[in-house]
Design a protein around this ligand. Structure first.
Ligand code: PRX
Length: 653
C-alpha cells in the first residue's frame, strides 16, 4: 500500500513560449535533459564545476567529504561571501549599477549602487571589528526590510562573523531565546519600522529583555523612524555613531569553505526552534547557480522577491543569490496591503519589475480581493513569476498566471526548505513545461526522489516521502549546538540508505514531476486512506467562493478519523450566501465531485482567518489540537496573530 493516497487531478500543461525559450539561459530541452542525467551520475563533479563560477581566494582541492550524516563541500578552499556579492562587480560595468532599489512604506526611496553598497558594508564591518567582533562570533540581526539589513548580513560575512537574523516581527522572548541559543555577542537593530501606516518599535519592544542575554555585549541601533528609543549606557550605541567614523575599506577575510555563514532558526511544526547552520562555499555555489538559472536572471532585470530577510528566502534570494549574480534587487519595507491591497502591483508598475517571487499565501490573499485591483496597474514589465513556501494550489497558480502574468510569464514553483539552503526542485523556465501545482523536476545535481518507508522509489503517482539521496552543497551542516537533533530529525528515518528526509509527503507523476502533498505530520487518515492536506485543500479552494482552506482530522468512532475543513471565503461570498448551512453542503458536495467521496469533509467551519506562522504557513497542528482536545498547547511563538486562534476557539464553544 502506498504511504499516502493521491486524489488530485490536474492535467493542464504549459510549455515555455518560443519567445521566452529563445533567450533563456537554458533553452534546449534535450541538452537540459542530458545535463540532468550527467549530473545525476556525478553530482560532485557537477557542483565542483559550478563552484568554479565563484571567486575563491584559494581554490578547493576536493568537492565533497561525506561522513554520514555530516558533509563538507569544497575542501581546502578559501572564500568570502561578501567579496562574491560585491567586490567581484567593482571595476566592471556593474560597479555603478543599482544593487538595491528600495522603497519605504511611506513612499521614500533609496538606491545603492554596487560601489555604494560595498562602501557601506565595509564601514559597518570595520565598526563591528571596533566593537571586538571576531571571526566566528555570532551577530544577531533584528531589523525590518531596509538596505541596512542586507548591509548587516554582508558586513558579518566580510569579517567572518556568523549572522543570526531574527524576523523583526518576532517577540522579545523569541529574540532572546534565539540569541541565547546562538550565543550572540552583538545585536544589530533599528529604532522602529513603518508597517501598515505607522511606526512600530523594534528596539523599544525588546529593550528590557536584552538584559536576559548574558553573551550580548553591544546593541547597535539604526534610526529609521526617529521614534523615542530607550538606550542602555555602555551597551547600546547608535549606528551612525559607530559607522560614521569608520574607514570605507575593509579586507574580506579568507574563510574556510566550511566556515559558518549563518544560523537561522526554523520552528518546524512542533517543539523548540532549531538553529539551522549553513556554511559558506557550498551554500554560495548552489544559491548562485539557482538564482541565475531558475529566475533566468539577466543584467537588465529588476528582481523583486517579497520575502523578509528573517526567512531563508530573504537570505538566499534577496541577499546572496541576486547580489552574487550582479542583479538589481528591488526591496520594499512595508505591508503588502498598505495603503491599499494593490501596493505590490503599484510597485511593479512604478519600478518596472521584471521578476516577481512570492508565496502562495500572498497570492491567495490577493485573489481574495479580486481581479480589479491588479488590472488597474500596468504589469507588462513582468517576464517571470516565482512561488515558494507551500504547495501552490492549481487555482491560485492559474490566477497568478492569467491575472498577474498576463498569460505570458512562466511560473517557477520552487520547492526547498530552510534546511536545504537553496532551491532543489523547480522547472527551469526555458526548458521544462509547467503544470499548475507542481514544482516539477529536481534541478541538475539534486537527487530528490519519492520513496516508501523502506527507501524504495515509489511507482508513478504513488504517494510517498520526499527524500534527497545524495548530499548537496547548500545543505544544512547541523542543528546549531545539537548534532543529535540534526541526526534524528533528518537522517534517522532512512539511516540504512543514508537519505535526507524532508518531512514532506509527495508523489511523482509519469513525467517524473514532484507534487508536494504537505507535511507528513499533517497527513489525514480517513478510513485507512492517508491523504495529503494540500490536495484536499486545493480541491476546496478550487470553488470560486473559497479563498483559503485548512484540513485536519479529528477522531471519529466509525471511520477512525473525520475530516474537518476550516474555510475562509472570498470577499462578498458570505453576503451572497446568507444560508451558511447550504453553503457547507455545497462545498462538501463540491469536494466529493472534485476528488471523490473519500475526501468529502465531515465538517466545514467558516472562519475569517486561519492561524498562520509569520511566514504565512497554516499552522494545522493548532487546528488539529483544537478539534481534538478543544485546546491548543505546545509552542505558539511563531503564530502571527493570536486573535485568530482566540476567535476560532470562541466559534468552537
Ligand atoms: O513543506 C514544504 C514547504 O515549505 C517547507 C519548508 O519551509 P521553510 O523551511 O520555511 O522554507 C520555506 C522557503 C524555502 C517544505 O518542507 N514548501 C516550500 N516550498 C514549497 C513547499 N511546498 C510545496 N511547494 C513548494 N514550492
Amino acid at each position: 500500500m502506498s504511504e499516502i493516497s493521491s486524489v488530485l487531478k490536474e492535467s493542464r500543461l504549459f510549455k515555455p513560449s518560443t519567445d521566452f525559450a529563445k533567450r533563456a539561459h537554458f533553452h534546449n530541452p534535450s541538452a537540459y535533459k542530458k545535463l540532468r542525467a550527467q549530473a545525476e551520475k556525478r553530482p560532485d563533479k557537477f557542483w565542483a564545476d559550478q563552484a568554479k563560477h565563484l571567486y575563491w581566494q584559494k581554490p578547493f582541492k576536493k568537492a565533497l567529504e561525506w561522513k554520514f550524516p555530516f558533509a563538507k563541500w569544497f575542501i581546502g578552499g578559501k572564500i568570502n561571501a561578501a567579496e562574491n556579492c560585491l567586490d567581484v562587480h567593482l571595476g566592471s560595468e556593474r560597479q555603478n549599477k543599482a544593487a538595491i532599489i528600495w522603497e519605504g512604506e511611506p513612499g521614500d526611496a533609496r538606491t545603492l549602487t554596487y560601489l555604494q553598497l560595498s562602501l557601506e558594508v565595509n564601514k559597518l564591518a570595520n565598526g563591528l571589528k571596533s566593537l571586538g567582533v571576531k571571526k566566528g562570533d555570532v551577530v544577531g540581526v533584528y531589523m525590518g526590510m531596509i538596505p541596512e539589513a542586507v548591509i548587516s548580513m554582508l558586513a558579518c560575512a566580510r569579517i567572518g562573523a556568523t549572522h543570526n537574523v531574527v524576523f523583526g516581527g518576532f517577540s522579545g522572548e523569541a529574540l532572546r531565546d534565539r540569541l541565547n541559543n546562538s550565543k550572540a555577542k552583538v545585536l544589530l537593530t533599528q529604532d522602529g519600522a513603518f508597517r501598515r501606516g505607522s511606526a512600530s518599535a523594534l528596539k523599544g519592544n525588546v529593550h528590557s529583555i536584552l538584559d536576559q542575554i548574558p553573551t550580548l555585549e553591544k546593541a547597535v541601533v539604526l534610526k529609521r523612524t526617529n521614534q523615542d528609543t530607550p538606550m542602555k549606557d555602555g551597551r547600546d550605541i547608535w549606528w551612525s555613531d559607530l559607522v560614521g567614523k569608520q574607514s570605507d575599506s575593509c579586507k574580506a577575510e579568507a574563510l574556510d569553505s566550511e566556515h559558518p555563514l549563518f544560523i537561522l532558526y526554523t520552528s518546524g511544526s512542533t517543539g523548540k526552534p532549531k538553529g539551522i547552520l549553513h556554511t559558506t562555499g557550498g551554500y554560495l555555489t548552489q544559491v548562485k547557480y539557482t538564482t541565475h538559472y531558475t529566475f533566468d536572471l539577466r543584467d537588465e532585470d529588476i528582481y523583486f522577491c517579497t520575502a523578509d530577510i528573517g526567512w531563508v528566502t530573504g537570505h538566499s534570494y534577496v541577499t546572496y543569490g541576486p547580489l552574487m549574480n550582479g542583479a538589481t534587487v528591488f526591496m520594499y519595507e512595508g505591508a503588502p496591503n498598505y495603503p491599499g491591497p494593490d501596493r505590490f502591483w503599484s510597485l511593479i508598475a512604478k519600478h518596472k519589475i521584471s521578476i516577481f517571487y512570492t508565496a502562495p499565501t500572498a497570492i491567495r490573499a490577493f485573489m481574495r480581493s479580486g481581479d480589479d485591483l491588479p488590472r488597474k496597474h500596468d504589469l507588462t514589465s513582468l517576464r517571470l513569476l516565482g512561488s515558494v513556501g507551500e504547495p501552490i494550489n492549481p487555482e491560485a497558480w492559474m490566477w497568478y498566471h492569467d491575472v498577474i502574468g498576463g498569460k505570458h510569464c512562466p511560473i517557477v514553483d520552487t520547492w526547498w526548505q530552510t534546511e536545504t539552503g537553496a532551491i532543489m526542485v523547480t522547472p527551469m523556465p526555458g526548458v521544462v513545461p509547467t503544470k499548475p501545482g507542481t514544482a516539477t523536476l529536481p534541478i541538475p545535481g539534486i537527487l530528490a526522489d519519492v520513496v516508501d518507508r523502506n527507501g524504495k522509489s515509489c511507482k508513478a503517482n504513488e504517494g510517498g516521502l520526499l527524500v534527497v539521496k545524495h548530499p548537496w552543497p547548500a545543505m544544512l551542516r547541523t542543528v546549531f549546538g545539537d548534532k543529535e537533533r540534526y541526526t534524528k530529525t533528518y537522517w534517522a528515518d532512512f539511516k540504512k540508505n543514508k537519505f535526507y528526509f524532508s518531512g514532506d509527503g509527495a508523489r511523482k507523476d509519469k513525467d517524473g514531476y514532484i507534487w508536494i502533498m504537505g507535511r507528513v505530520d499533517d497527513v489525514v487518515n480517513v478510513s485507512g486512506h492517508r491523504l495529503g492536506t494540500a490536495e484536499v485543500e486545493s480541491a476546496i479552494v478550487s470553488n470560486h467562493k473559497v479563498a483559503e482552506a485548512a484540513v485536519v482530522a479529528r477522531p471519529d468512532e466509525l471511520k477512525g478519523s473525520a475530516l474537518v475543513a476550516f474555510v475562509t471565503l472570498k470577499a462578498g461570498a458570505k453576503a451572497g450566501n446568507p444560508d451558511l448551512d447550504a453553503l457547507k453542503t455545497e462545498l462538501k458536495n463540491w469536494v466529493a465531485k472534485e476528488i471523490g467521496p473519500i475526501a468529502k469533509p465531515d465538517d466545514i467551519r467558516f472562519a475569517d482567518a486561519l492561524p498562520k506562522t509569520r511566514s504565512g504557513k497554516i499552522m494545522r497542528r493548532l487546528l488539529r489540537e483544537m478539534v481534538t482536545t478543544g485546546k491548543t498547547s505546545g509552542d505558539t511563538s511563531t503564530l502571527e496573530d493570536f486573535s485568530v486562534l482566540e476567535k476560532l476557539r470562541q466559534d468552537e464553544e
